[in-house]
Design a protein around this ligand. Structure first.
Ligand SMILES: C[S@@+](CC[C@H](N)C(=O)[O-])C[C@H]1O[C@@H](n2cnc3c(N)ncnc32)[C@H](O)[C@@H]1O
Length: 315
């Protein structure tokens, strides 16, 4: 397996982007950052994915993979570890080592945890490292967990090899991630569906944000603009699903959608929708159903997926 030299300039740009994101979080808190933050959307997606209203990622993993509750997980691109803390509190995993590029995100996580209880402090550790290196150790984890993580990896071959090597026999890869077009190069069908729904199904008063400005058509960013913003963003996301299926035995694979709704609510649009307003919620429910129908019929792929897999034995 060749070792690729890291592009230090891009790596620094990525780290700076996420340090700024972390720094601005107190300012942006109270508004939704992303489509999945909206409670109406989240619940509708869970209902469609699991076919039940009373289930989410935590309860699903605890029910179906109870052995993980005693296990040690490596969490790739863990950010400030907030989700990892929830995984520990819910008893999904016994211990987590979080791997993250941004020292500021790690510092923020450690400072938040120092105000919590000692039990969690001892069960969540951070490691500052470039995930592309694939240096995760040898047979030392029961699970590799990756939430919004795999789509930030450029050296996927190295990382996949690292995942395989660091898992103990019987170990699992559990991922909740973006598998859509690399560098957000949205398909024509996807853009057509989004813009049709925005124009014809979203009432015009919801086209305006709190500042009164109307939002225009949903468009495809340029690759240069994507790299400028964050060189790691969706760097090879379009290759992920087939790569996983080639190298792993997939035990569970849920289509979470996002192909329409993620774009529909991007650029701050998610904050046009008040979660306490039944009319706003009805529009969001309809959008999730619309998207799921397009995915079920094969007209669109699911950009977001929840996958549990184990490395396929090599011949
Ligand atoms: C979308 S955030 C996800 C964070 C967290 N997993 C979550 O779901 O909230 C992506 C994270 O990946 C980190 N990241 C990007 N490139 C990385 C790299 N090469 N090595 C390690 N972490 C990286 C970023 O700093 C950022 O914290």
């Amino acid at each position: 397996m060749p070792t690729h030299e890291p592009d230090l300039e891009n790596l620094q740009r990525t780290a700076d982007h996420w340090a700024t994101w972390q720094r601005d979080l107190p300012v942006t808190r109270g508004v939704y950052n992303d489509w999945g933050d909206h409670p109406t959307v989240f619940q509708a997606v869970m209902r469609h994915a699991f076919g039940r209203a009373d289930i989410d990622f935590f309860s699903f993993l605890k029910e179906r993979y109870p052995r993980c509750s005693q296990g040690h997980a490596l969490s790739l691109c863990c950010g400030d570890g907030a989700f990892e803390e929830q995984l520990l509190q819910s008893g999904v995993f016994g211990q987590i080592t979080g791997l993250e590029l941004s020292p500021q995100r790690i510092a923020h996580g450690k400072s938040r945890m120092s105000q919590g209880n000692d039990d969690e402090i001892s069960r969540l550790q951070f490691l500052q490292q470039d995930v592309n290196l694939g240096r995760y150790g040898e047979q030392c984890f029961d699970v590799v967990f990756a939430k919004a993580a795999l789509h930030h990896i450029e050296q996927l071959e190295q990382a996949m090899d690292g995942i395989r090597r660091c898992l103990r026999p019987g170990g699992l890869l559990i991922t909740i991630d973006f598998f859509g077009p690399s560098r957000f190069q949205w398909t024509e069908a996807q853009l057509d569906a989004c813009n049709w729904f925005w124009t014809h199904r979203v009432p015009t008063h919801l086209h305006r944000g709190h500042d009164g400005r109307a939002v225009g058509a949903i468009t495809r960013p340029t690759v240069d603009a994507m790299i400028e913003m964050d060189p790691s963003e969706a760097v090879r996301s379009g290759e992920l699903h087939s790569m996983l299926r080639d190298q792993f035995d997939v035990l569970d694979d849920f289509a979470l959608g996002g192909t329409v709704v993620h774009l529909l609510l991007s650029g701050g649009r998610v904050n046009h929708f008040d979660a306490s307003n039944p009319l706003h919620n009805a529009v969001l429910e309809e959008a999730v159903t619309f998207e799921q129908q397009l995915i079920s019929s094969g007209a669109l792929n699911s950009d977001f997926r929840f996958v549990v897999a184990k490395p396929r034995a090599r011949e």
